[in-house]
Write a protein of this length. Structure first.
Length: 225
């Protein structure tokens, strides 16, 4: 067990530093979506999960309002999760092709899944101050996951958040890190940052991404090590 990471996750769950995010996540947990009206929403910050000795870190921007904020686990219980885990399973990063709720038997292989922001933000748009607060957690996650070699950013906004984080510790320029699906960059600490389209229904429905393309990218990522 990684005690540093476990302690960090305990702190994340108890965090109430950003009043706008606290109010919003609680509001969603109270004003539930009709199909989940009988469920008890998590309504708290979300930690990462997976293999604590992983070489691969999958990063989204933030928990979904009725996905992670409802279930208590990121990329769980929504359409994005449905697509993502079909791909992760085919690429042998997970033991099952679904992520429906906590304690559903899901296991990640050589992979850890997290978000740059730990609470769902209004309009999916965190402020810079909110990101900076969460970066203190995100930075420690990366530090405590000592075997991480590749960071796969799920979506341009998650990709940009990773660059913002690294700019706080290193002299790097935005123009040197342009989000392109399938393109990888070497970060100052020698980790590789790989851009990947977000597994959202919008990207799937517009055919920007499909199962074949996503599975290919995940398998390609394994060859980078």
């Amino acid at each position: 067990m990684n005690n540093l990471l476990d302690n960090l996750n305990n702190k994340i769950v108890k965090c109430d530093k950003c009043s706008r995010l606290v109010n919003f996540r609680k509001k969603i947990a109270k004003d539930k979506r009709k199909q989940y009206i009988d469920q008890i929403y998590w309504g708290k910050p979300i930690t990462g999960y997976g293999d604590q000795n992983a070489q691969f870190l999958f990063v989204g921007l933030a928990p979904a309002a009725h996905g992670g904020n409802r279930t208590g686990r990121v990329f769980t219980g929504d359409k994005s999760a449905d697509f993502l885990f079909k791909c992760l399973h085919k690429a042998k990063f997970s033991n099952q092709s679904t992520s429906l709720y906590k304690n559903d038997g899901l296991k990640l292989y050589n992979a850890y899944l997290t978000t740059a922001l730990k609470c769902v933000p209004p309009g999916d748009k965190p402020t810079n101050d909110e990101l900076n607060v969460c970066f203190s957690y995100f930075r420690k996650e990366i530090e405590y996951l000592r075997n991480i070699k590749i960071i796969i950013a799920l979506g341009k906004i998650a990709f940009d958040a990773c660059i913002k984080l690294y700019k706080k510790s290193y002299e790097i320029k935005n123009k040197d890190f342009i989000f392109i699906h399938g393109k990888n960059y070497t970060l100052p600490d020698n980790k590789i940052l790989l851009g990947c389209y977000h597994p959202s229904p919008r990207n799937v429905n517009t055919k920007r991404i499909n199962l074949t393309k996503m599975i290919y990218l995940f398998k390609k990522a394994k060859l980078l090590i």
